[in-house]
Ligand binder design. Structure first.
Ligand code: C5P
Length: 316
């Protein structure tokens, strides 16, 4: 066991992945985005970001998916750090260690979690004392999914998905995430959603998106059976159209006893809700035997949003 290098004086922040329990997509807006009505749940797969003052910008990859982390300026964590430095006139550069345990390009908002964690870590390192809503505003400029990992728990998202409101919920839910070999591009999935809607009578006639009362009731009651039945994703037909193998995977998981199966966000990760921790173990075994995906991860939700931790976790 080795601990990937973390430099003295580092601030470490842990941020969670998300699953969209419901994702309703409105018509395409003139700016190319879509209004959403969505319910996020933060789940117990976490990335950790450690920031330290350094004489140049650098990304130090670590963790399960280290090999898949972009180390250039395109990394959303670097963009987040540069943004906050620029806005608050901080003339410093950082070494940013990213310990990645959230599947990459999977619809679980791993890059967004890194950006959210970096904002909070920079706030601490530089002693800026920003309020949560100031951080959320910066987060929204980096991407639609960046504000949620700051908040965590369960939340309703509107606008581009970046305007958050708390959701009343009880209980803990047990998930299995089936991870694909190849990523799916978010803009491509939204474009396919528009194309399918045009083909089926016109994307302009799509109603304003609204979260269902069934889903809200299921969260309030903490009933996994009701939640499984209420899971919904408007992007799913588009993800299935681009990747028919995902439908096969979803159907297999439901046949193996999942309470519900859904493409997570814009995919390609498929999320399965199960009755209990034991049921999630059983489902993982069945899905692994069926050999329909590259990797399987179990997690529970909801969990807390981004928070400072004392020391980074040890990695293999
Ligand atoms: O905000 P984010 O960078 O995550 O968005 C990536 C892409 O996903 C956008 O360029 C757009 O094509 C699509 N998108 C959308 N409507 C949203 C969020 C994302 O069309 N509400």
């Amino acid at each position: 066991m080795t601990v990937a290098p973390t430099l003295p004086g580092a601030v470490t922040v842990r941020a969670p992945a998300k699953v969209n329990l419901e994702l309703r997509v409105g018509p395409r807006r003139p700016d190319g985005f879509h209004d959403l009505a969505t319910v996020f749940q933060a789940v117990s797969l976490h990335d950790e970001i450690s920031v330290t003052r350094w004489d140049e910008w650098q990304v130090v990859p670590a963790g399960t998916y280290a090999a898949l982390i972009p180390t250039d300026g395109a990394n959303l964590a670097v963009r987040a750090a540069r943004l906050i430095a620029e806005q608050w006139d901080v003339d410093e550069k950082l070494s940013i260690r990213i310990d990645k345990d959230i599947p990459v390009a999977g619809g679980m908002a791993g890059g967004s979690a890194d950006a959210a964690a970096t904002l909070l870590a920079c706030d601490q390192l530089w002693g800026l004392g920003l309020m949560r809503d100031e951080l959320a505003e910066l987060a929204a400029t980096l991407g639609s999914d960046v504000p949620f990992p700051l908040t965590g728990g369960n939340a309703m998202g509107s606008g581009r998905g970046d305007q958050l409101a708390p959701v009343l919920a009880r209980g803990t839910f047990h998930w299995v995430f089936a991870i694909s070999d190849v990523g799916l591009s978010t803009p491509a999935v939204y474009a396919e959603c528009d194309r399918l809607r045009d083909q089926n009578g016109g994307a302009t006639e799509v109603p304003e998106p609204q979260v269902s009362s069934e889903l809200m009731a299921a969260l309030r009651s903490g009933d996994p059976v009701a939640l499984g039945a209420a899971l919904h994703n408007d992007l799913e037909p588009a993800a299935f159209s681009l990747r028919p193998d995902l439908k096969e995977l979803r159907d297999a998981g439901v046949e193996f006893g999942a309470l519900g199966g859904i493409v997570s966000g814009s995919g390609p990760t498929v999320a399965f809700l199960t009755e209990s921790h034991e049921a999630s173990l059983d489902l993982s075994v069945s899905l692994a035997a069926a050999d329909l995906c590259r990797d399987l991860r179990r997690a529970k939700g909801p969990v807390h949003g981004a928070h400072v931790v004392g020391a980074p976790r040890a990695t293999e």
